[in-house]
Design a protein around this ligand. Structure first.
Ligand code: DGL
Length: 276
């Protein structure tokens, strides 16, 4: 039986990670849960994000995944240790892969990390980067307006996006060698961010995570047969119609079906009508 890779996020932003997984691992089945009823996580306390992340991951266990990917940077930053402890399934977050790529590309120059307030104040990226290179200089910048701007459909070329990017990021211009996009939504604003920070290497944590997932499954001999095409299933805890509409921009293609999950009576209902 084919075991899927399960992915969760605070909402629909993690579909940018699904897109990267799909590109890197087209043969794998993917199951995604977006906690659209409780998004955003990026302005919540550690305690709350940990609780939500554990519930999200537990929901996904019913699909018997070979691995769970915490696509949400905020959840990865504050809850990965708890998830690793609580779950009996390999779990990969987006922070360590992003940190690894940043260190590889920085060549001793300072590294900037952009993320939500919770991600930046957790210092998870700083710790992950300095675990690999203790002397590394790391600056964190929270860019809270970016998430709602992306969700509102604004493109990187939008004047309001460019203004916000300049306001948050002008202080980094010519001062860092690498910028890590440490949030699911920021790859969609990549051009505005690049324009604001000047000519530096830009790293997408989701992209690096797909690479790590591939390496990890390969090393364990658990990759699916390359000849097959993997399936995708989507679940959201609120407003599946909006998830489908806005999610297409993150995924780069249409989402056929999004199933609503209600946390009060979720697992039995979903299992009952899930295809075998
Ligand atoms: N998914 C979140 C992250 O990558 C961004 C949205 C939120 O704040 O929940 O940090």
């Amino acid at each position: 039986l084919q075991q899927p890779i399960a992915v969760f996020d605070s909402g629909l932003g993690g579909l940018s990670v699904v897109r990267a997984l799909r590109d890197a691992l087209p043969a794998e089945d993917l199951v995604y849960f977006g906690d659209t009823a409780r998004v955003p996580y990026g302005i919540k306390s550690r305690r709350t994000v940990v609780r939500f992340a554990v519930e999200d991951a537990r929901f996904l266990l019913q699909f018997d995944p070979k691995m769970i990917v915490a696509a949400c940077n905020t959840a990865s930053a504050v809850a990965l240790d708890v998830l690793e402890r609580e779950l009996d399934v390999p779990i990969v977050g987006v922070v360590r892969p992003g940190a690894r790529a940043a260190v590889a590309q920085a060549d001793g120059r300072p590294i900037a990390v952009l993320g939500t307030e919770a991600t930046i104040s957790s210092n998870a990226y700083v710790h992950a980067i300095q675990a690999l290179r203790p002397q590394a200089e790391v600056v964190g910048r929270a860019c809270p307006l970016f998430v709602p701007l992306v969700e509102e459909g604004r493109a990187a070329s939008d004047p309001i996006v460019r203004l916000a990017a300049a306001d948050y990021l002008a202080c980094l211009r010519d001062r860092v060698g690498v910028v890590v996009l440490g949030c699911t939504h920021y790859p969609l604003l990549r051009e505005a961010i690049a324009e604001a920070v000047g000519s530096v290497a830009i790293i997408e944590s989701g992209h690096e995570t797909a690479r790590v997932v591939r390496e990890t499954l390969d090393a364990a001999g658990r990759l699916s047969a390359p000849a097959r095409t993997g399936s995708m299933r989507f679940f959201a805890s609120d407003n599946p119609a909006r998830f489908r509409r806005i999610g297409a921009r993150f995924l780069g293609c249409d989402l056929d079906d999004v199933q609503l999950v209600e946390f009060d009576h979720p697992i039995a209902d979903i299992v009952a009508d899930a295809p075998a």
